[in-house]
Write a protein that binds this ligand. Structure first.
Ligand code: GAP
Length: 468
């Protein structure tokens, strides 16, 4: 069973150094989160797995990293200045400004709300007698679109700089570099550009921990294909995404595919599906896959005056704008889902233990070395072993010396370390009752089985555990 409430995971994250409330010593800044040592390691592993699967293992894929601050015309061309917003209504009594569509969705379900136009939101709210979440009255103004982009100024003199935006998606960095990629890499269709990076949206209703925040990380791909072939690649990316998620240990029954209705789709998309996850609060978006057609390249060509067509390498007279299939993953949202999936409470004899059952490929720590006592020569032997494993395997190894061995096992379970290696007095040849000289105890996180193995066999034992 995964986590049944978000609070379980939020509290473990704080207690064990995965995620901390942002700016905490100043009382916090609402809905901002800092990744601690274990959360950072977990996030880096998610990114590494994504990059390896979707960039390095695919010859037609290229990874880039583009600037967060971009020319303001980018957002005019992409349609974000005019179209990127949520429908806000205002309560005439207390002036609260919630998202009308969300309040309707809670009452009527997403299927109904997805087909409403902006003009229909307020009349429907009045007809359904939707109360204000703040004051309980039902007296709403008409819905207005509120732009979600963060605006800032470039330039040192206040009021004299140029207005620019923090990017609300990483995607545009790839479209504006399309020509650079064509000129330098000479790719043939189909090919893709990928990047991982921060995006910013002035979300009206952030919340549910790191599910919806104003600053978050995305992992996006723009996959350029010949017009007419986009449906085939759309399906291939849907299958590949599902495979990646399940390979990371996410249960199939908590994933589902939901097709967007015409009204719901973003301004640039001619088909979108969401892969949804069953969160403790219900089904919600996990990632989105869109057919962006040739919308972005044409828009940027018009606004920039640059030729953004692709030339058929076998027939230079054929020039056209490729179509784009876009798998858009949330990196921080993936980390949240992996935390929710891993969270397990289970009975062990008369006790309950909390254990994070991360897939071995993404657990933030691979192996923990635990000296049984703080005696100097025992610690020295354990340190020697630590160095050997780090050097020989490149695994992430924790060295944990604080507290009783029981408490240390409990901590390692809570951070999801697949294997613990205990160095005891048997290891240093001082107590044969604990084990033979130069042997250690290896404990498995999931089965709780302990096995005595020779130090020389540790590498093989770790490899064996990883193969299971
Ligand atoms: N380029 C297309 C695009 O950005 P999106 O559906 O708006 O599409 C893609 O975003 C993914 O980014 C989402 O499925 C989600 O995983 C993540 N995401 C979007 N907004 C987010 C937010 N405010 N906080 C955390 N993750 C977010």
């Amino acid at each position: 069973m995964p986590a049944t409430s978000l609070d379980q995971v939020v509290s473990l994250c704080k207690r064990r150094g995965f995620v901390f409330p942002g700016s905490e010593i100043y009382g916090g800044l609402a809905n901002t989160w800092d990744y601690g040592p274990l959360g950072t390691e977990l996030k880096k592993r998610v990114q590494a797995s994504w990059w390896d699967t979707f960039v390095r293992q695919k010859p037609e894929m290229m990874g880039i990293e583009t600037a967060i601050l971009m020319h303001p015309n980018v957002w005019e061309a992409s349609g974000h200045v005019s179209n990127f917003g949520d429908p806000l209504v205002e309560c005439r009594k207390c002036h609260a400004r919630p998202r009308g569509d969300k309040l309707l969705e809670e009452k009527l379900g997403v299927e109904v709300v997805a087909v409403l136009t902006l003009d229909q939101v307020q009349p429907m709210m009045m007809a359904e007698k939707i109360p204000c979440p703040e004051c309980g009255k039902c007296d709403w103004t008409a819905a207005k679109k509120f732009n979600l982009m963060f605006r800032t100024q470039q330039g040192v003199i206040e009021g004299e700089g140029t207005d620019i935006y923090l990017r609300p998606e990483t995607a545009q960095g790839m479209f504006v570099n399309f020509k650079n990629i064509l000129d330098t890499m000479r790719p043939r269709l189909p090919f893709g550009i990928a990047q991982i990076g921060k995006s910013f949206r002035n979300e009206i209703t952030p919340g549910n921990f790191t599910f919806r925040t104003r600053e978050f990380e995305q992992m996006e791909i723009e996959y350029f294909v010949a017009p007419g072939t986009e449906e085939k690649y759309f399906q291939e990316w849907l299958d590949a995404t599902m495979q990646w998620y399940t390979d990371l240990g996410i249960a199939k029954e908590r994933l589902r595919i939901r097709e967007h209705t015409n009204e719901e789709r973003s301004h640039y998309s001619s088909r979108t599906v969401d892969i949804e996850y069953h969160y403790p609060w219900g089904w919600g978006e996990f990632m989105g896959l869109a057919n962006r057609s040739d919308y972005d390249l044409k828009q940027h060509q018009e606004k920039s005056g640059q030729d953004l067509r692709y030339t058929d390498p076998d027939d230079a007279t054929k020039k056209f704008h490729p179509y784009v299939v876009e798998p858009a993953f949330g990196c921080t949202r993936t980390v949240l889902v992996l935390l929710l999936e891993a969270y397990t409470e289970e009975k062990v004899k008369d006790d309950t233990r909390t254990v994070m059952k991360f897939h071995k490929r993404i657990a933030p720590i691979d192996v923990a070395i635990l000296p049984l006592s703080k005696k100097e020569h025992l610690v020295a032997k354990a340190q020697e072993l630590y160095k050997k494993i780090v050097h020989e395997t490149k695994l992430v190894v924790d060295f944990d010396i604080t507290g009783s061995i029981g408490k240390r096992y409990r901590r390692q379970d809570e951070i999801g370390t697949p294997l613990c290696i205990t160095v005891d007095f048997g290891t240093i040849g001082e107590d044969t009752a604990q084990g033979a000289k130069d042997t250690v105890t290896i404990r498995d996180r999931d089965t709780l089985q302990q096995e005595r193995v020779a130090i020389g066999e540790i590498r093989e034992k770790i490899a064996e555990a990883w193969r299971k």
